[in-house]
Design a protein around this ligand. Structure first.
Ligand code: FES
Length: 105
């Protein structure tokens, strides 16, 4: 199946080692820049009503600000409890300085 890409932001609006909140098409997403590679997940923690964009990004792991649950931003899997349900991830790419996300998945 082909991806349906939506232009969501400039790569210059992301910062290496940081997570950025992105509100688009009724979704609250988190965009991560890890050593220049970008990843996208749902922003709301699967364990509670916390925004991961308020958390801490360490390598490929995002730590939730509420109970310090952790997720791997590459595939959404839980890497530290108390979180126990994986985060939804979205295909993402960078082209000509723009960030594109497939919101159709
Ligand atoms: S709300 Fe995120 S770990 Fe509890």
């Amino acid at each position: 199946m082909n991806n349906v890409w939506t232009d969501v932001m400039s790569i210059d609006d992301t910062f290496e080692g940081e997570v950025t909140r992105l509100d688009t098409q009724n979704k609250i997403l988190a965009i991560y820049n890890v050593n220049g590679s970008v990843y996208c997940t749902d922003n709301v923690c699967t364990h509670g009503n916390a925004l991961l964009s308020d958390g801490f990004l360490e390598g490929h792991e995002i730590e939730c600000p509420f109970h310090q649950g952790r997720f791997d931003v590459r595939d959404g899997r839980v890497t530290c409890e108390p979180a126990d349900k994986a985060l939804k991830t979205y295909p993402i790419k960078v082209s000509d300085g723009r960030v594109f996300v497939d919101l159709s998945v």
